[in-house]
Design a binder for this molecule. Structure first.
Ligand code: CDT
Length: 321
């Protein structure tokens, strides 16, 4: 860690959210976010990171067959009438934010639904949008499970790639929840210069597909984030929707991870909680000029050679029978 903060130090608030129950209105949720936005402004934050699908309960946990009921969880405008107060308050306070939401849009004459996030400037202007690429779970109802994971049914795979933006004095990229488990997400962003990666997540403690790992859910969260941060020399801010939401217990563990892989700030509750850290963006550059100097040390030609030789997956020396 840097002992002397540089000119490119920014203060970031990771705004963990407790559960959003089914009877909560958008206005209720926005009010909770505004409370944390004000706390962040008090704490001197330049940027506040809200979670994935922050405005409603994490509805992919339920099988919803009525299209009207499904679409009620989506935003058709951003900002729209219900989210405008968040933008207005952020602009009034001069604090930027990241927000995850379910996006419904009409493109090429058809309705499309994405799991999306936006980065908003301190003036309340949308800087950029990301659409989740790694959608976990299933595209059909799974009988016999205590809750569903139907992201593949409700959302399309994101079609915007992994863009980065010059913002908040550095280069910023976004990913969303399950993206954090895949090294390619971080690497794509780092190759585009990302110094700061922000994301939200809704992660149940119980994974019906692999219950034997339930006790490791929190560990795997921090393992993925720390590895992604260190191996790409980037700051990583990851924000949970935590606690028991409509009967589904979700991990917390909201944290801010330095490019060294060290968790420098972490939530201690499963409720609305603002976690703050000062992040020196120049630390990324110092690491990228040393151990993690991509252009000096990565061996792309060898990765490609190996990939061609193995057909991207067949083990060398596999027994033939
Ligand atoms: N929202 C989301 O992407 N959740 C998934 C659950 C997968 S079950 C391990 C996640 O990766 O956290």
């Amino acid at each position: 860690m840097s002992e002397q903060p540089s000119n490119r130090s920014i203060t970031i608030g990771a705004a963990q959210q407790g559960p959003v129950q089914g009877d909560a209105s958008r206005a209720d949720v926005i009010e909770r976010l505004i409370v944390m936005l004000r706390q962040a402004a008090e704490a001197g934050c330049d940027l506040v990171v809200f979670t994935e699908v922050a405005l409603v309960p994490f509805f992919p946990h339920w099988h919803i067959t009525d299209v009207g009921a499904l679409d009620a969880y989506f935003e058709q405008q951003m900002p729209g009438p219900q989210t405008q107060p968040l933008f207005d308050e952020a602009a009034r306070l001069g604090v930027g934010f990241h927000l995850g939401f379910a996006e419904l849009t009409t493109e090429d004459g058809e309705i499309r639904r994405y799991n999306s996030s936006i980065l908003v400037s301190a003036e309340g202007r949308i800087i950029g949008k990301y659409r989740k690429i790694h959608l976990p779970g299933y595209d059909s109802y799974q009988p016999g499970q205590p809750f569903q994971n139907l992201e593949k049914l409700y959302f399309r795979v994101g079609d915007l790639g992994f863009p980065t933006w010059r913002a908040f004095g550095g280069v910023v990229g976004m990913m969303i929840c399950n993206d954090r488990r895949w090294p390619e997400s971080y690497r794509m962003l780092a190759l585009r210069g990302a110094e700061l990666i922000v994301m939200g997540y809704n992660t149940p403690v119980h994974n019906p597909a692999n219950p034997s790992s339930d006790h490791l859910a929190g560990f795997h969260n921090h393992l993925s984030l720390a590895a992604g941060a260190y191996q790409n020399a980037a700051w990583v801010v990851a924000v949970a929707k935590a606690g028991i939401e409509e009967g589904v217990e979700q991990i917390g563990g909201t944290c801010i991870v330095a490019p060294t892989g060290q968790i420098v700030a972490q939530a201690t509750t499963l409720e609305d909680e603002l976690v703050v850290a000062r992040c020196d963006l120049d630390l990324t550059q110092r690491l990228r000029q040393a151990t993690l100097n991509f252009s000096a040390h990565r061996r792309i030609e060898h990765y490609e050679l190996i990939a061609r030789r193995t057909g991207f997956g067949t083990p060398d020396g596999e027994d033939e029978d």
